[in-house]
Write a protein of this length. Structure first.
Length: 222
């Protein structure tokens, strides 16, 4: 089954081919799907090609061929996100008590970094999650190691836009850079505090920081 973004892109390509006989450019695909960069389009096209919905025609620019359309017009909730778009709903748990969470890319446990796009998902034991909507992020960096959060871990995050002081949150700075830190309020400022004495506290005016979710669990692969 395709993600929503994959489905939207496949329909867009197919409609353009039916109307003009020429596949759309990557720039046109980016604009049609309201993505921030063409790297997201490349990932979606690669995913469609791997699933044998489309193929690239050799030796021709902008040459894509639609091989087939999905059997169902109901795509699964999208796991591809630009700038950490958390609108996707968490799929229901399956019989073995494992859920597929949208894996929205990497989150910096260090200096803020631009949120990366992804169209992947992560299998998570349902017992690790509480009520509400959740998503997963891969941790990059070691600024939270004293809280037991290491680079390469998967942060399990409950979607929310508020949090109490002292909670570990996904904070979006200037609607562009995402980071995983302790949240502290200091008058008109927000402090994003690391759990590593080698790192400095990040301080921003409150209007530059938005809470996107709070940490509820970790998953580590060995």
């Amino acid at each position: 089954m395709l993600t929503r973004k994959q489905h939207e892109l496949l329909v867009f390509i197919n409609d353009r081919l039916q109307a003009t006989g020429v596949s759309p450019s990557f720039e046109e695909m980016k604009d049609a799907l309201d993505l921030r960069s063409k790297s997201g389009v490349h990932r979606l096209v690669n995913a469609l090609e791997e699933r044998q919905f489309i193929r690239r025609l050799p030796n021709r620019a902008r040459a894509l061929e639609v091989l087939r359309m999905p059997d169902s017009d109901s795509p699964k909730p999208d796991s591809n996100v630009v700038n950490v778009d958390f609108s996707a709903r968490r799929p229901a748990a399956v019989s073995n008590d494992v859920v597929q969470l949208p894996l929205h890319g990497r989150i910096a446990a260090g200096q803020p970094m631009e949120a990366l796009e992804s169209d992947q998902s992560l299998s998570v034991p349902a017992a690790l999650l509480g009520p509400g909507e959740h998503f997963a992020l891969e941790v990059s960096g070691d600024s939270m190691i004293e809280a037991g959060i290491f680079s390469g871990d998967y942060a399990l995050v409950q979607k929310c836009d508020t949090a109490r002081d002292g909670e570990i949150v996904v904070a979006l700075v200037d609607d562009e850079d995402a980071t995983l830190k302790y949240l502290r309020r200091d008058k008109q400022d927000i402090r994003l505090e690391p759990a590593n004495s080698a790192f400095q506290v990040q301080r921003y005016p409150a209007n530059r920081v938005r809470v996107q979710g709070k940490l509820v669990g970790l998953l580590r692969r060995y």
